[in-house]
Design a protein. Structure first.
Length: 320
């Protein structure tokens, strides 16, 4: 099989070698854990709603309650996806400190990227501080959407002009109340597909940019505004690159326990090392995605990332 054929094979959705009976058992297992997660989530939503009683008196108490609830539910979710499913997570690149305040960027291939990020957050004692840029419509969805309303997540529409004031107000609150954050931003704006890659190539050609093969071009305007708005509130930017050696899974496959392994490459950049002018910030993140494209090219060919493997170190810390 030549390299191009290997790359096409690696991009395919996750397939599994299990028999019909094992798939049936894993389906039942997925339904059981999904039901428990749903019950826990709706219970969490109820407690979050009751926590509004504290809002007029102490916003710090309100945020502390909701941070605690997020930590418990997201930890439960991560345990189901990773440990109960016996999925092996391998980390590569740079180790990072615990409890840093972080702006986190990542490639985006599927919904399973979200629990992938949580596997790192739980090891670094920040899972309750996760916040996301999410589509505005999500806030109307019972469960996850309602929960995110209480967690200073940033709900965005497609237009930067319509989003920019609400995002700016959220940044002000994060700064004013010294809110601990791991803010996750998928700068590609959508999940990677071959059709979207073609559009990225067309845009890159018109704009005189490099053409990616394994990621989409990042949307730099929102990233620049985020860095400018949160520079005083974060310690570093983590650039994650996520790879699935057995094929790209769905979230349901993750809950069923059909995903045997995944790999996460980490690069940390201290916030003081990020440029200050908007054009330079934009160039910086564009270069990060060029590097990410090369990382994914290597991963899709070899099934591992280049660099130092951190998996065993992380496992030892978690057990300790």
């Amino acid at each position: 099989m030549n390299i191009e054929a290997q790359l096409i094979q690696a991009r395919k959705p996750l397939a599994h070698p299990y028999s019909t009976w094992i798939v049936m058992w894993k389906t039942l297992n997925g339904c059981f854990w999904s039901l428990l997660l749903l019950i826990a989530l709706l219970t969490t939503n109820l407690i979050q709603t009751l926590s509004l009683i504290t809002w007029p008196f102490s916003k710090t108490v309100f945020r502390t309650i909701n941070q605690f609830l997020a930590e418990k539910w997201w930890s439960f979710f991560t345990i189901v996806v990773e440990r109960k499913s016996r999925m092996k997570v391998t980390f590569w690149g740079e180790d990072v400190p615990e409890k840093e305040r972080v702006l986190l960027i990542s490639n985006h291939q599927c919904m399973s990227d979200i629990p992938s990020i949580m596997t790192l957050a739980i090891r670094k004692s920040r899972i309750g501080d996760l916040k996301f840029f999410v589509k505005d419509i999500i806030k109307y969805v019972p469960g996850v959407g309602w929960g995110m309303l209480f967690l200073d997540c940033l709900f965005v529409k497609r237009s930067w002009l319509s989003d920019h004031q609400s995002i700016k107000d959220t940044f002000k609150n994060i700064h004013r109340y010294n809110v601990p954050i791991w803010l996750v931003s998928y700068l590609e704006g959508t999940r990677f597909t071959q059709e979207k890659l073609k559009k990225a190539h067309s845009y890159a050609e018109k704009a005189g940019l490099w053409k990616p093969n394994h990621v989409l071009l990042p949307r730099t305007k929102g990233f620049v505004a985020t860095v400018e708005g949160l520079r005083e509130c974060v310690d570093a930017i983590y650039d994650l690159t996520i790879g699935y050696p057995d094929g790209v899974p769905t979230l349901w496959q993750s809950l069923m326990g059909l995903v045997p392994s995944m790999h996460i490459h980490i690069q940390r950049t201290a916030i003081e090392d990020i440029p200050h002018s908007a054009p330079k910030i934009s160039n910086w993140v564009m270069e990060q995605f060029r590097k990410k494209d090369k990382l994914m090219a290597f991963f899709l060919q070899h099934g591992v990332f280049q660099g130092q493997e951190l998996g065993r170190l992380f496992e030892e810390r978690q057990q300790g």
